[in-house]
Design a binder for this molecule. Sequence first.
Ligand code: 13P
Ligand code: SF4
Length: 354
Amino acid sequence: SPSDPELVARARAAKEKLGDKVFVLGHHYQRDEVIQFADVTGDSFKLARDAAARPEAEYIVFCGVHFMAESADILTSDDQKVVLPDLAAGCSMADMATAEQVAECWDVLTEAGIAEQVVPVSYMNSSADIKAFTGKHGGTICTSSNARKALEWAFEQGEKVLFLPDQHLGRNTAVRDMGMSLEDCVLYNPHKPNGGLTAEQLRDAKMILWRGHCSVHGRFSLESVEDVRARIPGVNVLVHPECKHEVVAAADYVGSTEYIIKALEAAPAGSKWAIGTELNLVRRLANRFAPEGKEIVFLDKTVCFCSTMNRIDLPHLVWTLESLAEGNLVNRIEVDKETEAFAKLALERMLALP
Ligand code: 13P
Ligand code: SF4
């Protein structure tokens, strides 16, 4: 059960025993029962930075998903061990771009004669292989909190961007934040020959968007925005940029999980908010801000938890911490050296963005 007192006591005891040897990072989508043990919480950008700023911790326990733990391993020193409490905590979006597919895409761009003009920008939500591809081809990583800066940087390096794997973040940033048009973007479908595009379409495009999406955020619809506006007059609609373009275009505010929290902290008492992001976070914020008279509702009741984020539960955390406290290194996430070198290049370009 969520806060089984016996498990809470065991997690506390194991963490105490480990002391400074362990540092626990928690993404905002984690369950309450897990987030209570996080030394820091954050969006994926903040957690990447925080992981890199803990050289004294032997173990980094990452309560989040696989690509976040990989990034932490890439950014920390070799003798630090990054641990993911459940190895099945992946991300369906990250799985939508494999190394083979992306290599094939690069061949298509080369054949169309445009590869030299293209700078890859990969969303943090991608495997270490994709990050390495990005580093190798002169590109950068971005998160939802710095996608605009990353794209601006990329367009200083080249004329076109290959954005992967989240088509929505790519399109929303290009069109909503940077004033490009929908016609500047084409969709590359890795399951079709040549991505389903002609060489001419590729040559005309500024943004080549990979056909990937988040299965959680992809479910918010324009209808859910219209419904909540009709139901709650004066409501502020605040959504994550992984939502579809039509949802983002109809929203009042758009930003990363950290942005969403800051916006609600700054909101006046009596204001009303409909939030389009993962349910653990929205529930926690609704409970946290209710006493201040801020009404917070979930944008669409048919959308639910991120099932892979939710795999990290209190029993997995207890098992992880107790194993480490007994000297058993479990569930280590370790990126091989060659991949790490190129992936690090791409991640460091992101960390150096203005
Ligand atoms: P943030 O970087 O906004 O926390 O987003 C991470 C994520 O996986 C969203 O689905
Ligand atoms: Fe991946 Fe979506 Fe879950 Fe984020 S919410 S970890 S993008 S599946």
